[in-house]
Design a protein around this ligand. Structure first.
Ligand SMILES: Nc1ncnc2c1ncn2[C@@H]1O[C@H](COP(=O)(O)OP(=O)(O)OP(=O)(O)O)[C@@H](O)[C@H]1O
Ligand SMILES: [Mg+2]
Length: 250
């Protein structure tokens, strides 16, 4: 436990009706850390992210952002401070890439058009899309759209970014360009909480890897520790299957 984590998840419990999805989840994330979350389908990964920015309410425990309970925050303020990139790339089809990115800064941060455009162009450059600013989503590949989604999140100047399987809806040949942007962000010091099964990314960019199963954190530690010396059989087994999938049939 660190003194002053950026994010503290404290004994969070969450049920949907009878089903307990998160049973007692606690962890800290420091500034500039990159936490990768893995786990089987239904283990609560998306739910955990959604508790952090209150896209869903939880029944027990607390989530603290820079020491303050998210439950006590204005939800719009919270979602400005905690950006999110989803698996489904939900850009507005009738707006250009630049307009999609300026929407939040104009509406939520109250920027004028000129300032919002400058902010958008800066972040589109950051994700390698300077030359696509005028393009509409239909003119972009899935990987480019997802990078616009990342630029859109960055434009709100978040303190932490949550990613929920940002590459799992993409054609395999487009995954790399999105992971590369995410690696750049990580190296640039962005604090990130990333649900992904891209283990190359986890090895190279994660400061910590968390294995969630059955509503608990089964194991958490530096990626090399979980890969090389997992303490739990379940972790070893899950990672073995993931790695086998990634390498494909021999
Ligand atoms: N809105 C909802 N209403 C009822 N049950 C839900 C809801 N959202 C999720 N659940 C249930 O909560 C459990 C955890 O779901 P969650 O989406 O967090 O899992 P996940 O680890 O993200 O899975 P996946 O890898 O498939 O994305 C699942 O059993 C799911 O059916
Ligand atoms: Mg999910």
């Amino acid at each position: 436990m660190s003194q002053n984590p950026l994010l503290r998840v404290e004994n969070v419990r969450k049920s949907y009706g009878e089903e307990e999805v998160l049973r007692d989840v606690s962890f800290d994330i420091d500034r500039q850390d990159v936490e990768v979350i893995i786990g089987p389908s239904g283990s609560g990964k998306s739910t955990l992210l959604r508790c952090v920015n209150r896209l869903t309410e939880f029944q027990g425990g607390d989530v603290l952002l820079d020491g303050q309970s998210v439950l006590a925050m204005d939800v719009n303020d919270l979602r400005r401070r905690v950006g999110m990139v989803f698996q489904d790339i939900n850009l507005f089809a009738h707006l250009t890439a630049r307009e999609n990115v300026t929407l939040g800064p104009r509406r939520v941060l109250g920027m004028d058009r000129e300032e919002a455009n400058a902010t958008a162009d800066r972040h589109l450059a950051e994700v390698g899309l300077s030359d696509q600013a005028e393009s509409y989503p239909a003119e972009l590949s899935g990987g480019q759209k997802q990078r616009v989604g990342i630029a859109r999140a960055l434009a709100m100047d978040p303190e932490i970014l949550l990613f929920d399987e940002p590459t799992s809806a993409l054609d395999p040949e487009l995954v790399g360009e999105v992971l590369e942007v995410m690696r750049d962000l990580a190296e640039g010091g962005m604090t990130m909480l990333v649900v992904t099964h891209e283990m190359g990314f986890a090895r190279r960019a994660a400061t910590s890897l968390m294995f969630l199963d059955g509503g608990y954190i089964v194991e958490r530690g530096p990626p090399e520790q979980l890969f090389e010396r997992p303490e739990r059989d379940r972790t070893a087994e899950f990672l073995r299957r993931l790695t086998a999938l990634e390498e494909g049939p021999a």
